[in-house]
Design a binder for this molecule. Sequence first.
Ligand SMILES: [Zn+2]
Length: 290
Amino acid sequence: MTEEHKAKIAGALRGKPKSEDHKAKLRSVIFTEERRRKISEGNKGKKLSEELKKAISERTRGERNPMFGKKHSREVVESARIRSTGVEKSPETLVKMSAVMKDKWTEPDSVFATEGYKKKLSEKAKERFSNPEAREIASEAAKRRWEDPEERKKISEAQKAHSSKPEVRVKRSFDSKERWKTEEFREKMKKAQLRGEEHPFWKGGKTSESMKIRNSTEYKLWRRSVFERDNFTCQFCGSRGGKLCADHIKPFSMFPELRFAIDNGRTLCVECHRKTPTFGWKSSKKYNQE
Ligand SMILES: [Zn+2]
């Protein structure tokens, strides 16, 4: 058979519908178990050349792909996922399992929810959150831990170990795909991006001089002193505790010499702080207008 002859036959057969019987026969002749095994053995460790890859990709693109317009069965998808991740539980199962773990904390007959345990937890939590001083101390301790390179390394390694668990990865990827399906989440991400890169005040993500100062020990001491002098009470609305801000009466950016002056500070709750004319990035602009 000449090459030309072969090409002619192939051309004539291309696109001709084959009966199911014919297809099965072809498969059994061309791909006997034995042959399949041999091909697979022979191909092990071999790399496809760039040309071949391109040729295969071109031959199976779009409508020419045998899977065009079809969907893999649930079983095929599952087995491909197991092969690539090594996790046998489906993402749905992992999501359910995690929900069960969460329920354990709230179900009335769970060990975690026994009256004694709950009472102890709630008392401890109340103690911690009702006392602004204790809250401030706890928050500072957490920050200190984060600033210590050794501690930070420990935290980051524990997180890495957790994130690299195949179960965690499968569940996270599933969760994130599900999240992108909701209009609400997509809107939120769009806005977040606008606040970041596209925002006219974006500085390329570098730590500004003012951020460095705000993270300094001196600044923290100033903040602490302002809170203590004001007895952890908002100077506008009089609410005590909760999330507090130490506000600079004369703006931080315009009066560098007054940054650590206790007299230039006042304790404000978050809502009242938001209402100040110098809140956030509009600081210097607004102050100049007044
Ligand atoms: Zn307030």
